[in-house]
Design a protein around this ligand. Structure first.
Ligand code: ADP
Ligand code: MG
Length: 697
């Protein structure tokens, strides 16, 4: 049933059909409810007055009280302008109008004091304001809000008098009639617990604040509410799923014990042990596991995955591991094959380039249950790939997989959905993780295997290339291998490819005594693999590559990473790339090469890389630099549509909102209690507008 807030904005006083159509088009705002949520993005402080001699260059606006000395018209025809000379007891300045001259001139009475407001510009030693707002001092009303909203608007709207002031006018009409209709959306307990302003009041204050303190409380309340409902939806989603989907009980661990006692080549870190325990608890629980394992590059996710695979197989089911690229799938396969064979388990590899005969054999062995472990790429998702009994599906580096693909994995088993483990090395800040993956359980491997030496990172300018070459040469003589990475970005692919080839040639010239590999996206898969393998085996000393090596490749002897045009990479990508070294016992190095002139952001990125190896710290800086909109997954989570809360700045509020939502779901999972009725109503209201929600899994 359409309610007050669904009313079309054309029926609002001061709007009408024409303006409404324009607002629909320009701001995507159709109803009263939507307009009410068109929040100001800042406020002008009209409480503060300046003396003319306090005005200085670079001020956003000033407000002065001054008398008009003299008014004159300067110039002719189209160049005509009106200038008013004004003064207070500290000095003089000018006001200028280029339009509406006759109309303004009539309102300017010499000798009378006015309040003027606008952006000051300096001309010579004088300041001038073009088209100031003005009001006779005597007319300035007492008690009127002095803290004025500034609304987002567009050029087309401005022409139709819907500049910030115009929007503010219609907003005032709306707030007036809407105020009595606004209902509370949060339960009393939450309002009290966080000492929140009522919804009604918050909406009024956000548009027309009485004072900075009330504005602050209004913003806080609206942000907390926004996060609260996002979290609530995610938690409810998780709840429905755990209620709905039973999971196979996988609780045998004979193979794990055998592996642990006989073959495990190192001691697991405590973090690895903890995460394995968390996953095991899920797998034996009788409910389907949906767990995300977050762990920085090199933290040892693969071993955790393998041990979970052993649990699945001990309990009589099969397991698969899906990687985002062929190179990575091969590497997982070769790494795990060694262990699997020690344990007498059958393991195989399925990718896009698996030959037809092998493919047919694999399909058969999967179905009759002979094959225990299947490693592969997207090829695993094809419908022809059927399992006898898939107990555990692992997805590595999930940011490369779409949500739909995750869902396809689910469908791979008949009676029960398989348990799902998602492993990601994208170190996203905790707050963001719990929101993006709010419907998954999260485990964090927050400890690196012992004995790792932190990678030493330096920043060098292009002009120092010869020194860098000298350093590389020494490292090769010490027996190490080196990656040299070039950016390859789609828009300028041709140029990038050229700079890659130029770089390759100059390296071949400088290191003519050593065999050198090159890998880039334009090469055929077979060629790429051939080159990769040469490098993995140590036959080539330098690997010149584009970011195709970004993900997961493991060559412990490669201990130097040189990144060319480092200023062109994003922070998380730089961190991923750097993670390719530091995998062996030797001291590793990362050299970030850049041109001399750098933007401020580029400089921050490079400095951050030099300062720290901590993926989470890097992710925080990244979030601050880019904002969450760019981060993987925010689109899908509905977080890209946050109206007032800001993921990069409001993390503490998010945490509170999450706790509150969690508590509510525990108390009243179906929101049937009368004191929670408003929450249910708000969810239903939002459902009408949130289209994409169902896509999230
Ligand atoms: P990632 O988390 O980036 O996928 P890997 O699983 O590839 O990391 O592990 C990186 C390297 O660390 C591998 O060579 C692996 O064998 C080794 N490793 C993993 N766990 C440990 C550990 N507990 N102690 C020592 N080395 C380990
Ligand atoms: Mg890995």
């Amino acid at each position: 049933m359409p309610g007050f807030f669904d009313t079309k904005i054309e029926f609002l006083k001061g709007v009408g059909p024409q303006k409404a159509a324009l607002i629909n088009k320009e701001l995507d705002i159709f109803t009263f409810g939507e307009l009410l949520q068109h929040y100001p993005f800042r406020y002008e402080d009209r409480t503060r007055f300046y003396k003319i001699n306090q005005i200085h260059e670079g001020m956003e606006h000033v407000q002065v009280i001054a008398k008009i000395r003299r008014v004159e018209t300067i110039g002719m025809a189209r160049k005509k302008r009106l200038v008013a000379y004004i003064a207070d007891e500290t000095g003089e300045m000018e006001l200028t109008w280029f339009k509406g001259i006759q109309w303004v001139a009539k309102k300017l009475v010499p000798g009378v004091a006015y309040i003027f407001f606008g952006k000051p510009n300096q001309y010579g030693r004088r300041f001038s304001i073009a088209h100031p707002e003005m009001e006779p001092l005597t007319a300035a009303k007492e008690g009127k809000s002095q803290f004025q909203p500034v609304y987002p608007t567009t050029e087309k709207l401005r022409v139709k008098f819907l500049d910030s002031k115009g929007i503010s006018k219609i907003m005032a009409n709306l707030v007036q009639i809407a105020y009595p209709q606004i209902q509370e959306t949060l339960p009393q307990t939450i309002l009290e617990r966080f000492n929140l302003m009522a919804k009604k009041e918050a909406l009024k204050q956000i548009h027309f604040p009485d004072d900075p303190e009330k504005l602050k409380r209004a913003r806080y309340r609206l942000k907390l509410e926004e996060f609260f409902f996002v979290q609530l939806r995610l938690l409810k989603l998780k709840l429905t799923r755990t209620e709905k989907y039973n999971g196979q009980v996988l609780k045998q661990i004979e193979l794990v014990n055998e592996f642990y006692n006989k073959h495990l080549p190192f001691e697991l870190t405590n973090a690895q042990k903890r995460v394995i325990k968390e996953a095991f608890a899920d797998m034996r629980s009788g409910k389907q596991m949906n767990r995300l394992i977050q762990g920085d590059v090199g933290s040892g996710k693969t071993m955790v995955a393998f041990i979970c695979i052993l649990i699945a197989i001990s309990s009589g089911s099969q397991a698969c591991l899906m990687a985002p690229t062929e190179i990575l799938a091969i590497q997982h396969f070769e790494g795990l094959k060694e262990f699997a064979e020690l344990m007498g388990l059958r393991i195989d590899l399925l990718t896009g380039s698996t030959k037809k005969s092998a493919r047919t054999r694999i399909h058969g062995e999967l179905q009759n249950g002979q094959l225990h472990i299947l490693i592969g790429t997207h090829a695993l998702l094809e419908d022809v790939v059927k399992f006898h009994n898939l107990g555990l599906a692992i997805v590595d580096e999930q940011h490369r997989f779409g949500v739909a693909q995750r869902a396809k994995l689910w469908a791979k088993n008949e009676q029960f959905y398989p348990h799902v483990l998602v492993m990601t090395a994208t170190p996203i800040p905790r707050t963001l993780a719990m929101t993006l993956y709010g419907d998954l359980e999260i485990s964090v491997i927050d400890e690196m295997p012992a004995g790792r030496k932190p990678i030493q990172t330096v920043h060098r300018y292009d002009k120092d290339r010869l020194k860098v070459f000298g350093f590389m040469n020494k490292q090769i003589q010490l027996g190490r291998q080196i990656y040299v990475v070039y950016p390859l970005i789609e828009e300028s692919e041709k140029m990038d490819l050229k700079s890659l080839m130029d770089g390759y040639e100059s390296i071949c010239r400088a290191f003519s005594q050593y065999p050198i590999s090159i890998v880039h996206g334009k090469m055929k898969a077979a060629e790429k693999d051939y080159e990769m393998q040469r490098f993995v085996k140590g036959e080539t000393k330098i690997m010149v590559a584009t970011t195709v090596i970004e993900v997961g490749v493991n060559v412990p002897n490669a201990s130097v990473m040189v990144i060319e045009n480092a200023e062109r990479f994003g922070l998380s990508q730089l961190h991923q790339l750097r993670g390719r070294v530091g995998r062996g016992a030797e001291q590793s190095y990362c050299v970030l090469m850049s041109k001399y002139e750098l933007s401020k952001d580029s400089r921050v990125r490079l400095e951050t890389m030099v300062r720290t190896n901590d993926g989470f710290e890097i992710a925080d800086v990244d979030l601050k630099l880019r904002g969450p909109g760019d981060l993987m997954g925010t689109q899908q989570s509905g977080l890209a549509d946050l109206l007032i809360a800001d993921l990069s700045k409001d993390a503490p509020i998010l945490t509170l909102a999450r706790d509150a939502a969690q508590q509510l779901v525990q108390e009243d999972p179906n929101l049937v209690l009368p004191q929670h009725a408003m929450v249910l109503r708000q969810i239903r209201n939002q459902k009408k507008h949130v289209v994409n929600w169902s896509r999230i899994s």
